[in-house]
Write a protein that binds this ligand. Structure first.
Ligand code: THU
Length: 160
């Protein structure tokens, strides 16, 4: 038997280390989180992307009484970006969560598995890495590529 080990590296930064562009992205994601439709979980997630053409798009989670019919903030945002600008790469995706007072949650919240799967396929579609920033109250986790969040991904290459 052999054991394979996987290693994931990401940066832990602080809010004060965010560039002006990153701060603008955080503002857009935070504002989007206030518009979340989350009457069931009350978990308000905001996401914002910066596209290769400089355009910024934001979104938030959308829930539904038939639970699986809702969608996470990350997929709402990235699917909309790809629907609007199918040929423009998503350079950076920023994700944050706010509480009922509008404050950031303590720990950065990582995207769910289904979102990770979509993010990785978006990267392979655009043939360029998508940087992912997860923003908590103090820390900002930075992943150089969405694929860092999903090792051993099902890429779909097996289907082609
Ligand atoms: N949610 C997101 O928007 N993003 C994630 O990555 C995790 C979960 C949403 C889905 C649902 O509306 C609520 O958070 C609770 O799961």
């Amino acid at each position: 038997m052999k054991i394979n080990e996987l290693k994931i590296c990401y940066k832990v930064r602080s809010h004060s280390e965010l560039s002006a562009d990153e701060q603008a992205l955080l503002k857009a994601a935070t504002e989007a989180a206030t518009r979340a439709y989350a009457p069931y979980s009350h978990f308000r997630v905001g996401a914002a992307v910066c596209l290769a053409n400089g355009e910024m798009i934001s979104g938030c989670n959308q829930e539904n009484a038939a639970f699986p019919s809702g969608l996470c903030a990350e997929r709402v945002t990235v699917f909309y970006a790809n629907a609007k600008c199918p040929d423009v790469a998503v350079d950076t995706l920023l994700i944050t969560v706010i509480d009922e007072k509008g404050d950031y949650r303590c720990e950065p919240i990582p995207p769910c598995g289904a979102c990770r799967q979509v993010l990785v396929e978006t990267e392979s579609r655009q043939k360029a890495p998508m940087r992912v920033l997860l923003v908590g109250k103090d820390d900002v986790y930075e992943f150089a590529s969405a694929s860092d969040l999903l090792p051993l991904v099902f890429s779909g290459n097996e289907l082609l």
